[in-house]
Design a binder for this molecule. Structure first.
Ligand code: SAM
Length: 281
């Protein structure tokens, strides 16, 4: 395992096209006039810790074509400036789950095909992956995937109504193995506290990782947080559910002999609080 976060790679040639540098855009990164914005939240939320690493992205011609044509239909920028209407976004679907960090999107597309009545709000900052997932959705006739570009933290905190999500999926998040980078790991108590607001009571929170110390951290913070309950009677990891396909990063981890852990927790359904008893009662 390298010391830097793992990022999905496209192994095909770069798309030709305009290249530019600018605020939030790596030098030489291609622009897509009708595609995702380079830094959609701009300076509004500048001082946050990021769980991802800005990087120059190689985009294939196929991915660039998908971004140009399909972004206006199925893409959205995480600008932190509006609250989404998920019913409208997903054409009236009643169940919506959010996936943070879909990478190249193969597993996301598979899950969308397997469950067409569920909307998948798929979030990543990775431009080639966004193009790849849009292309997969078109080729497979999927109408239940929307691709969100930007920081998932801002989407959860600023752009989703309370109790609007039926699930949250975080598969193989960047492990940030160096101690001084642990603060950049996504699954932390603060993250769980902000995610609990848009999650419906009873919503399934599904995490998976092949990085053992991160798995231990996930289990600890999810177990200790009062708003989440483990689905496993023994309080431990869960068997991999049949609905989660093997992901690209999972395959790389397995090739290195890593052990994969799944965690399945529910957003707690707290009983209504009874009013406090006072001396006057
Ligand atoms: C290690 S990759 C895993 C990709 C995929 N889930 C898989 O298993 O193949 C983690 C992905 O999470 C994305 N990511 C990390 N933090 C994010 C955030 N706060 N918002 C959106 N995407 C994020 C990264 O850009 C990267 O593509």
């Amino acid at each position: 395992m390298s010391e830097s976060p793992r990022t999905p790679e496209a192994h095909t040639p770069e798309a030709p096209g305009p290249e530019a540098s600018g605020p939030g855009r790596a030098k030489g990164e291609p622009r897509f006039p009708d595609g995702p914005a380079p830094d959609p939240a701009g300076s509004h939320f500048e001082r946050r810790i990021r769980s991802f690493q800005p990087r120059r992205s190689r985009v294939t011609t196929g991915q660039a074509d998908a971004l140009q044509r399909l972004w206006p239909l199925w893409g959205l920028d995480i600008d932190g400036q509006r609250v989404l209407d998920l019913d409208e976004l997903f054409d009236g679907r009643k169940r919506v789950v959010m996936e943070i960090g879909f990478g190249m999107g193969e597993a996301t597309a598979q899950m969308a095909a397997d469950d067409p009545d569920t909307g998948i709000l798929a979030v990543d900052v990775h431009t080639p992956g966004q193009g790849n997932l849009l292309g997969l959705a078109e080729r497979n006739g999927l109408t239940n995937v929307r691709v969100a570009n930007g920081d998932a933290i801002i989407l959860l905190r600023e752009m989703l109504p309370a109790a609007s999500l039926d699930g949250l999926r975080v598969y193989f998040p960047d492990p940030w193995p160096k101690k001084r980078h642990h603060k950049r790991r996504l699954i932390q108590p603060e993250f769980l506290s902000l995610a609990k607001v848009p999650l419906k009571p009873g919503a399934l929170v599904h995490c998976a990782t092949d990085w053992e110390p991160y798995a231990e951290q996930m289990l600890e913070v999810l177990t200790e947080h009062p708003d989440y309950e483990n689905t496993q009677a023994d309080g431990g990891y869960a068997p991999r559910p049949a609905f989660r396909p093997l992901t690209r990063f999972e395959g790389q981890g397995l090739d290195k002999g890593h052990v994969v852990h799944d965690l399945l927790f529910l957003r707690a359904q707290h009983a209504p609080q009874s009013p406090p008893v006072t001396a006057a009662d």
